[in-house]
Design a protein around this ligand. Sequence first.
Ligand SMILES: [Zn+2]
Length: 145
Amino acid sequence: MLQAVSDLPLMIAPFVVIAGVMMLILRVRPADLPAPPPQDPAAHLEERKQVIYENLRDLSFEFRLGKLSDADYEKTKTGLQNELAQVLAEIDRLTGALPPRPRQEAARAAAQPNVCPKCGAGFEKPMKFCGECGAAMSSAEGGAQ
Ligand SMILES: [Zn+2]
């Protein structure tokens, strides 16, 4: 009985060590691995774009060496070009390279409902007609366009 009790710590010692190591790992890990937030998704897309360009270069290189059949070359090239188009479109969307003008103007009009759309005169409160040129200022009513 005495012997059994004295053996117990030796028997559980490995498990205690393992449990301790596991706790250490679990506790340290979140600090060691700060979740990489996608701060700039466009950068990730730029990388993909470069990879696709490289793949296209490699593809045409291998095709010139005669490693690919015409069908394989066309198929792979079309796939890469489609992917490239998607990546480029996504980059445009994220960076706002081409903001649609109508939306921009609408946003500006909504932000300044007291500005005459015709002559640009500003007023302190919403008005139906411009006090300067007499043009209808209907943006407050919900847009007559
Ligand atoms: Zn006006």
